[in-house]
Design a protein around this ligand. Structure first.
Ligand SMILES: [Zn+2]
Length: 456
């Protein structure tokens, strides 16, 4: 008698059955019913079974695992006037992203100590609308912080080989990496590296500050190629999982192929903007396009597409890194002074799909590049990135055939500047589901504050 009520309560949790003609399962797209118990996917069946369910019929819309973006600069605390947890996670919901991993900069303090990680976690209170994990930072002299940060649940580490743009986050040298990598390797966590190494000096004296061509030549491919060569060498020596963020130089593809053929624990991401834009179409003074490494020529970017389709590049992440309009030098158009970072997290899927459909990519590729593969880097693959039994019921529902124009009104980022303004993008996000609940539907937020902190 006393057990009856709790029993009913548990039983009542098995109430949702989502039907779609196009469910993206690890085995491909199929008509299916996804049963949800509480926050978890209970089963995937060909037909609705007998029983009492709250049935949600999506028709022909695509049901895919929620997007995971492991490369986002949230900037809070300390620089929340650039971006913050509230605005970035609202943007994520609107973009079908259900898990973000925050970079250890450009917040202040930067996440290079346990104390700063605690400050960052405290800053998320009442502002976390999707799940969020954290990368720790490796800077010169903080090797004694690495294990304490691991104990507190960081998902891995990030380092720079060139100036990061933030003085509080200095770049490392090979000597610093030799101290950090054995520790990170022991814990089997990844080290993410911004690969640019200033091995050739660039003469800026004749540069026009508003010329995109001049900005592009100020960060040559050789910087990236030499940095990647160094990281491959250290990856092999220490057996440390090494991840190259935002690959832009296609000249590095052969050395990456070689390293992967050797079986080194090396992974690579590129960014949507390298796949969507090319240097030839960026006009002088358009500093919204400034990022580092820069967006290169069309011929280079076509090679990135090829490498992505061949699995040499593992996945795509936004590197959402906004700054206020004055820091982007929107009025002056000065590329040399402008903050290097592109604001884009809300449009991760439509941008990749719009460029992808022109490059022969399929919907399964999008699920692979935005959910399944990026789940591996922070070690979330057991519960996220797939529609499979026992995984978290985090989903994006989208229509690949509907398009929209990017307008300021729809942008949920703290600042409206983005190089995607005015672009027609395919792939409309219809719904976002987080832990078994629909949190976003046709442009409306249904539930906020449902995000959780993801720890290792
Ligand atoms: Zn970044």
């Amino acid at each position: 008698m006393y057990l009856r009520y709790p029993f009913l309560l548990i039983n009542n949790m098995l109430q949702k059955a989502i039907l779609s003609e196009r469910v993206l399962t690890p085995d491909g797209i199929r008509k299916a019913v996804v049963l949800i118990r509480g926050e978890i996917i209970e089963d995937i069946l060909p037909k609705l079974p007998a029983g009492n369910f709250d049935v949600i019929d999506l028709g022909n819309s695509i049901l895919m695992a929620g997007i995971i973006d492991p490369h986002v600069h949230i900037n809070e605390p300390g620089r929340s006037h650039w971006e913050g947890f509230d605005t970035v996670t609202r943007s994520a919901i609107a973009g079908g992203i259900t898990t973000l991993v925050d970079m250890p900069l450009n917040s202040s303090p930067v996440t290079t100590t346990v104390d700063s990680l605690e400050k960052k976690r405290n800053a998320t209170q009442n502002k976390l609308h999707v799940n969020c994990g954290f990368w720790g930072g490796v800077v010169p002299g903080n090797e004694n912080e690495i294990e304490p940060l691991i104990e507190k649940g960081v998902l891995g580490f990030k380092a720079f080989l060139t100036h990061s743009g933030i003085d509080e986050f200095p770049n490392v040298t090979e000597a610093d990496l030799r101290k950090a990598m054995p520790i990170i390797a022991r814990h089997k966590l990844p080290l993410l590296v911004h690969c640019e190494l200033e091995t050739v000096t660039v003469d800026h004296s004749n540069f026009n500050t508003d010329s995109y061509r001049d900005y592009l030549s100020s960060r040559p491919k050789k910087w990236e190629d030499d940095a990647i060569a160094l990281m491959i060498r250290l990856c092999e020596e220490f057996g440390c999982r090494t991840h190259i963020v935002h690959l832009s130089s296609a000249d590095s593809i052969p050395q990456i192929v070689k390293a992967k053929e050797k079986g080194l624990p090396l992974t690579v991401e590129t960014g949507q903007h390298y796949l969507f834009f090319h240097a030839e179409e960026i006009r002088d003074g358009q500093t919204a396009f400034k990022c580092a490494p820069p967006i290169r020529e069309k011929a280079n970017n076509e090679k990135l597409w090829q490498a992505l389709k061949e699995g040499i590049i593992d996945f795509v992440a936004t590197d959402h890194s906004p700054a206020p309009p004055d820091m982007k030098e929107i009025t002056s158009g000065n590329f040399m002074k402008a903050w290097g970072g592109i604001s884009s997290v809300q449009f991760a899927l439509p941008v990749l799909w719009t460029a992808g459909r022109k490059h022969g990519a399929g919907i399964e590729d999008i699920a692979n590049w935005l959910a399944a593969k990026p789940a591996l880097l922070p070690g979330l693959q057991k519960t996220k990135g797939r529609i499979a039994k026992g995984c978290d019921a985090d989903f994006v529902v989208w229509d690949p055939d509907r398009s929209f124009i990017v307008t300021e009104e729809m942008i949920q980022h703290r600042h409206k500047i983005t190089p995607y303004s005015g672009q027609q993008l395919y792939g409309l996000i219809e719904q976002t589901w987080l832990a078994g609940e629909k949190v976003f539907d046709q442009g409306k937020y249904l539930h906020l504050n449902r995000g959780k902190i993801v720890k290792r």
